[in-house]
Design a protein around this ligand. Structure first.
Ligand SMILES: Nc1ncnc2c1ncn2[C@@H]1O[C@H](COP(=O)(O)OP(=O)(O)OP(=O)(O)O)[C@@H](O)[C@H]1O
Ligand SMILES: [Mg+2]
Length: 336
């Protein structure tokens, strides 16, 4: 859904370019696109808001599919330069020999086939934001050039002599442990420190279970909209199973699971049997030998609240705690 290699990518809420010009509507769309209910992601959103106000380089890390791309867009649209371009480059999907010219651009005649001057993405980002996706995949030679560009705040296009200023905010994304890549000699230490100025870490979905329900609902309605189908909802048993599943592929996996369920079933309400086997298994309890006491407590409280259909006194009686205690725990675990 996100076109990584696209120049001037739309806001996460996908408003048109013109809409994105007004930073207010851009940030409103970006904010509503980012679902956060769990205390962990609310904290991340808080950090993001603060960081967005400045222009220092940001390093966003997190497992595959956690939402790094979306968070980078949010950072842009919440910032003071939201009306400037947002440009992405995916360092992993571009062939090695193309990364440098895509990033820095080239002059006519710089190499065979360079029939006319082309501006690179760093230049196209202007005073906006350049997102370096999968930054660990940058070839070492390009790392050296990027380091120089950051230090000198300027660079030359390939084969050029004219100085191009770096005015954009740099946001680097990684799902690899960059520090470990540095230790292995695969990533320059000096560049690592230049990028890791303001670190943001997106926790895996399984570590912020309170996000699962609202995310599932939102993604489902987005998918239904995209398919132009009739409204669909998720049954309580399906939601409960999703909440217990570990999501190795994070939010992207949740989205894929829902997309497949929509195809597999035509019922207005998706029940547990429309979900893939690994999720249905999770419904019978996650591997409890891998859960902390806190995770177990949270899962059990969620299960009982589900079972009592939210009747708190009844749930508290089953759990053997006071109603007040239940309300406190419910709040702490983001179950309200
Ligand atoms: N908090 C969220 N709210 C709403 N949608 C989300 C959220 N986080 C992720 N998504 C959606 O999940 C999908 C994956 O997110 P995204 O592409 O940002 O992940 P990523 O961390 O960049 O993954 P990868 O490392 O594989 O590139 C996208 O469709 C995105 O819109
Ligand atoms: Mg990504």
């Amino acid at each position: 859904m996100h076109n990584k290699d696209h120049v001037g990518t739309a806001a996460p809420g996908r408003p048109s370019r013109r809409q994105a010009r007004s930073s207010e509507s851009g940030s409103a769309a970006a904010l509503s696109a980012w679902i956060a209910a769990d205390p962990k992601s609310l904290h991340l959103l808080e950090q993001t808001r603060k960081i967005a106000a400045g222009t220092s380089t940001v390093l966003i890390s997190g497992e595959s599919g956690v939402g790094k791309d979306l968070l980078a867009s949010l950072l842009h649209y919440l910032g003071p330069h939201a009306q400037e371009p947002l440009v992405k480059i995916d360092c992993a999907s571009l062939p090695h020999e193309l990364v440098e010219s895509e990033l820095f651009g080239y002059e006519k005649g710089a190499f065979t086939g360079a029939t006319q001057t082309k501006r690179g993405r760093l230049e196209l980002a202007g005073a906006g934001t350049i997102v370096l996706d999968e930054v660990a995949a940058l070839p070492l030679a390009v790392q050296a050039k990027l380091l120089r560009a950051i230090e000198e705040k300027s660079f030359h296009r390939l084969g050029g002599t004219r100085t191009v200023e770096v005015a954009a905010r740099i946001v680097a994304l990684t799902n690899a442990d960059l520090a470990e890549a540095v230790a292995r000699g695969a990533f320059r230490e000096d560049l690592y420190y230049r990028l890791n100025v303001l670190p943001l870490s997106v926790p895996p979905l399984r570590e912020r279970p309170a996000d699962i329900r609202p995310l599932a609902r939102r993604l489902l309605s987005q998918l239904v909209e995209g398919h132009r189908g009739p409204a669909r909802s998720l049954a309580a048993d399906a939601l409960a199973a999703l909440e217990r599943y570990a999501f190795p592929g994070n939010v992207r996996e949740l989205r894929n699971i829902l997309e497949r369920a929509l195809v597999a079933s035509t019922a207005p309400q998706l029940t547990l049997d429309a979900l893939p086997a690994q999720v249905r298994q999770a419904a019978h309890g996650r591997d409890r030998h891998k859960m902390t006491l806190e995770e177990l407590e949270r899962a059990y409280i969620a299960e009982i609240l589900d079972y009592t259909r939210g009747k708190k006194s009844k749930a508290a009686a089953i759990l053997g705690i006071s109603r007040k205690n239940l309300l406190e725990k419910r709040k702490r675990y983001g179950l309200d």
